[in-house]
Design a protein around this ligand. Structure first.
Ligand code: FAD
Length: 485
């Protein structure tokens, strides 16, 4: 008998839960991916994520063929609710296999496809693959989902065993991958032009699908011990840059978490850097279970009282929002960070916190507008982590930053980009400013700036808001939370 494995955010041929289970149980296993028009149609025509996915699909196709000559990936372009049942019928399979995707739209899509196939008598099986612990696997003593990170992390570290981190040995059963003429006739990955997209540049770190991810990880392992000291400095090569690979599953979370756990807590440890990095992977699990238990967070504040806040609206707020998006706020670190996301599709974690805080607590703008902007621009966009990050910055989320803790964009800049090295990378017009002037150029005397080739208002904007005034306005805006909370 035969089965179809539907790939989605798990674009690799190794350590893959659904593929492994399908191969173990069925004699002939087909692999397919649907370029989902419901997701693709609303996107801008040049989108790095689409380029990333097509690149990863080509590698996946080759990797499947390497596992069993003649095997490969069937790629369809359309709505999965039609394409998957149609493909299952064409191939005459008896079962569908896929890995969980707990985003609300994905759950609806999967329920829809699953119901159609079950009505036709097919089996439908789905598996945990994207995170280490999912859904209700970790609950408090009272049987409730965790709402605070530290107890969640402690439970995660308490429950973890090699079992949860061991890889699915797909290669052991690879001879069951379907090979014949029906695969050959359908196999092949379209180009961007074939599906109506324009070329989009991918950095070397993001190219090469699963092989590229492995190279990046091996390179990161050489500096993981220093992660704790370097991770907060955007000019340094501190973090792993693996977020996009994790988002699309070109590398397995088990491979990453196993290595970090062994180095952090196991026989090859203790490495403080590996412990800190593992903690970030646990944040990822944490936000996924928050989204699973509280899907309303995609629209509303996790803490309902925060939806009483009256955000800045109207033409002035719109102009401030545009300045933020385009990196014209007059705060160099904020602007450099926004240039980073606009130019590369990536933004350093420290800067995501700084820019989110600036939009919400210096400009008084609804966090949902920033969340949507990041969702459009980030190549590693992940609904659970992005929403978690924005609600953290807005103080409205699960275990969020308290509302009265307001990042000072100038001191953040002095602390985390002391020499202005990162700022200068993205704002070359400030490249001659010394560290003493670069974090808050408006405080310098015009002659001092002019000596470095900068005239405010000409080469670089005046600040659109004064942090101290904004801080007071924010405390007043957030008073509704305190008064009636
Ligand atoms: P590393 O520091 O190497 O971390 C390793 C991995 O851990 C990351 O790849 C990521 O999968 C996970 N991780 C790290 N920090 C977090 C976190 N705070 N929450 C959840 N997972 C985390 N991350 C996304 O993957 N997609 C998003 O859309 C996203 N949006 C964010 C928005 C805001 C406002 C904030 C404050 C954070 C956001 N993050 C998001 C989390 C974090 O900034 C990125 O995961 C990280 O910068 C990616 O770089 P890296 O892979 O080099 O991270």
């Amino acid at each position: 008998d035969s089965a179809l494995v539907w790939f989605r955010r798990d674009l690799r041929a190794d350590d893959h839960a659904a593929l492994y289970h399908a191969l173990r149980r069925h004699r002939r296993v087909y692999c397919a991916f649907v370029l989902d028009t419901d997701i693709l149609d609303p996107l801008p025509r040049a989108d790095r994520r689409v380029a990333f996915v097509l690149d990863a699909l080509r590698v996946l196709d080759t990797d499947l063929a390497a596992l069993a000559p003649g095997a490969g990936l069937i790629v369809r372009h359309g709505a999965p609710r039609e394409e998957i049942p149609a493909l299952a019928a064409e191939l005459g399979v008896q079962a569908l296999y896929f890995n969980h995707d707990d985003e609300p739209d994905a759950l609806r899509r999967d329920a829809d496809v699953g119901a159609t196939l079950k009505a036709r008598g097919l089996e439908v099986h789905s598996f945990k693959d994207h995170v280490v612990f999912e859904r209700s696997e970790l609950l408090t003593g009272a049987g409730k989902p965790y709402g605070v990170f530290t107890p969640y992390k402690n439970a995660w570290l308490r429950e973890i065993t090699p079992f949860f981190l061991s890889s699915y040995p797909v290669e052991r059963h690879a001879s069951r991958l379907a090979t014949g003429a029906d695969v050959a006739a359908r196999r092949g990955v379209p180009t961007l032009a074939d599906i109506g997209f324009e070329p989009a540049e991918l950095s070397a770190a993001l190219s090469g699908g699963s092989a590229g991810a492995r190279r990046l990880f091996d390179e990161f392992l050489e500096r993981i011990d220093r992660y704790g000291e370097t991770r907060d400095f955007p000019a340094a090569k501190g973090p792993s840059y693996l977020s996009t690979h994790l988002r699309f599953g070109t590398i397995s979370i088990r491979v990453l978490a196993r290595e970090a756990w062994q180095r952090g807590y196991g026989s090859s440890g203790p490495s403080a850097g590996a412990q800190t990095w593992l903690s970030e992977l646990i944040w990822r699990d944490f936000y996924h279970q928050v989204l699973h238990h509280h899907p309303q967070v995609t629209e509303r504040a996790f803490r309902p009282e925060y939806d009483r806040i009256a955000w800045a609206e109207g033409p002035e707020a719109d102009a401030d929002f545009d300045a933020w998006c385009q990196g014209r706020t007059g705060y160099p670190l904020v602007d450099a960070a926004m240039h980073q996301i606009n130019q590369t599709g990536y933004m350093h974690n420290r800067l995501r916190m700084v820019t989110a805080s600036f939009l919400i607590k210096d400009l008084g703008i609804d966090w949902r507008r920033g969340e949507a902007y990041f969702a459009e621009k980030l190549i590693d966009f992940d609904l659970a982590a992005n929403n978690g990050g924005w609600q953290w910055a807005a103080s409205s989320g699960c275990d969020a930053q308290p509302y009265f803790r307001i990042f000072n964009p100038v001191s953040q800049s002095e602390k985390f980009d002391p020499d202005g090295k990162f700022i200068k990378r993205y704002l070359p017009q400030l490249s001659r400013l010394p560290p003493a002037l670069i974090h808050a150029p408006w405080l310098a005397r015009p002659a001092e700036l002019a000596a470095c080739g900068v005239v405010l208002g000409r080469d670089y904007p005046e600040p659109i808001v004064r942090h101290e005034t904004a801080r007071m306005a924010t405390m007043a805006r957030y008073a509704v939370v305190k008064d009636r909370g």
